[in-house]
Write a protein that binds this ligand. Structure first.
Ligand code: V55
Ligand code: FE
Length: 515
């Protein structure tokens, strides 16, 4: 075995430098403030790290082996732990002492010994199911881990009931039905048109299952639901295996398709699906959806061009600055016979990784918490950010680089348009935040916002707890994590009592219009 050596690329520099460390910190040091009473439970987060350099050196930041993180909150004390997800890929590579996979998701770019091993990295999200935490990546089934220790238990196929080969990393909890909704994209393998929608109960039993064909094998990273419908938007990032073989890249931008939206009727069939067409816009993440009379409102962080052009380009291979991603609402009229949707104007700054008060998922809501991007604090900061994304020439304030870029924690009030935010200063960024209600029946937004703060120059991270509706007042409590937390994608909060009840405790006791 040879010592792993990472090539001299921006991808592995700065905050992108691989850590490859599993941490256990018993009791985080309180730097400032007073921990709030009543904040008891566990916050799970998942991100990529690099077990070994990929086969050909360069890659994209969304690749990398999954590292799960957990903060256990117990009456003002917080412990922190991070563990690799020991899935098939990780274990095979550990045995070989090197990476067996190359370019992101390219099935033709594997070591021959890994031909039958899934390239799934388990690096994107964590959600509770029964008494296990599931760690997700959209090209594989989840891996179950122990909720306290994060020890890997194994690949989870819901007792053989899930026939999709993969589930997305954006499951959503329906707070009224007490269900977990998820889906498989390219569900019968790379490049297949099969989409599989599932509604599960809290223990992972299937309550609803709808299979249908996508218009093209696309990149459906996230979705939305309402009381009666499920919304899938197919933006034109396409997987065509011949193109993957030729170019190496798993997705190609094909604007001629436009963005097609499928509206499924819950508990319905594929025959009930309605399709709506629009221009070739793109998005990574949704925010929420709800019904307003016969109008379906679908909120997302949208770009008017290819927001993934930093890695997945059109046929010409050019990498360019995309139109920046901002909050927009798409309106779909379900009463008429139309087959188009309406995109309403953008609101607020450049955003990424948005969350709401999860008790309002699928229903009318008011508050959004998100990363706010903006101009870099210095030309050097901008250069670091641009290099990472492979973007040269343009400005670098058009997108958020979650590794080496700067970002503030912010919120948008959808009713008043008010923006609230807090900056930890130059050369800092934050991870996706988590809203925690003060009590199960407190009003929308009344509670705490948790985030992880990266001090990019000092190479260390802090844990911040805010009053969710007073971000600009600064954190109520700030803890030193003691180590760097390499940037994560998503996660979820599990209240303490949920470990006893097995219920996600999302059931909302307050009434909302539309319910
Ligand atoms: C995204 C993230 C992924 C991925 C594909 O939109 C798309 C983001 C964290 O992994 O594999
Ligand atoms: Fe995501």
């Amino acid at each position: 075995m040879k010592a792993p050596h990472f090539p001299n690329l921006p991808l592995y520099q700065g905050w992108g430098r691989p850590m490859r460390v599993e941490s256990s910190v018993d009791s985080l040091v309180l730097l400032d403030g007073t921990p709030p009473e009543g904040l008891n439970g566990s916050w799970y987060k998942v991100g990529p790290d690099r077990q070994y350099p990929p086969r050909h050196g360069d890659d994209v930041f969304i690749d990398g082996e999954g590292m799960a993180h957990v903060f256990h909150f117990d009456r003002g004390t917080v412990s922190y732990r991070s563990r690799w997800i020991r899935n098939a890929r990780f274990l095979a590579q550990e045995k070989a002492g090197r990476s067996l996979f190359g370019e992101y998701r390219n099935p033709f770019d594997k070591d021959p010994s890994a031909r039958d091993i899934s390239g799934g990295t388990a690096n994107t999200n964590a959600v509770l199911c029964g008494d296990q935490i599931l760690i997700l990546k959209e090209d594989d089934l989840p891996y179950a881990v122990h909720p306290k220790t994060l020890e890997t238990i194994g690949r989870f196929d819901y007792g053989g009931k899930v026939k999709a080969q993969r589930l997305s990393a954006h499951p959503k909890i329906d707070p009224v039905a007490d269900s977990v909704l998820n889906y498989g994209n390219q569900a019968k393998g790379d490049g297949t048109l099969d989409m599989a929608f599932y509604e599960f109960d809290q223990e992972g039993n299937i309550r609803d299952e709808i299979w249908f064909d996508a218009p093209f094998a696309g990149h459906v990273h996230d979705f939305c639901f309402t009381k009666n419908y499920v919304v899938f938007a197919f933006h034109p990032l396409v997987t065509d295996l011949e193109t993957v073989k030729r170019t190496g890249f798993f997705f190609q931008w094909r604007p001629q398709h436009g963005m097609k939206i499928a509206v499924l009727k819950r508990r319905g069939t594929a025959a009930d699906i309605r399709w709506f067409d629009g221009p070739p816009v793109s998005f990574g993440h949704t925010v929420n959806a709800f019904e307003e009379g016969s109008t379906l409102c679908f909120d997302l962080l949208m770009s008017q061009s290819n927001v993934f052009s930093f890695h997945f380009t059109a046929e010409d291979g050019k990498r360019s600055m995309p139109d920046p991603q901002k909050l927009r609402r798409i309106k779909i009229d379900l009463a008429g016979n139309g087959a188009t949707y309406q995109i309403t104007p953008e609101i607020g700054p450049i955003c990424e990784l948005a969350r709401i008060d999860d008790r309002y998922l699928g229903y009318p809501y008011r508050y959004i918490w998100t990363l706010f991007g903006g101009p870099p604090s210095s030309p050097e900061a901008g250069a670091a950010q641009g290099a990472m994304a492979g973007v040269t020439g343009g400005g670098t304030d058009g997108f958020i680089d979650i590794f080496n870029g700067e970002a503030d924690v912010g919120s948008i009030d959808r009713h008043t348009g008010a923006i609230d935010k807090y900056s930890f200063g130059p050369r800092t960024n934050v991870h996706e935040s988590q809203f925690v209600p003060r009590t199960p029946d407190s009003p929308e937004g009344d509670g705490w916002l948790l985030t992880i703060v990266n001090r990019l120059e000092e190479h260390r991270s802090e844990l911040a707890i805010f009053d969710a509706l007073k971000l600009s007042a600064g954190p109520l409590a700030l803890y030193d994590i003691g180590v760097r937390v390499r940037s994560t994608f998503h996660g979820n909060w599990v209240p303490e009592e949920t470990f006893r009840t097995h219920r996600y405790a999302m059931s909302r006791k307050v009434s909302v219009s539309g319910v």
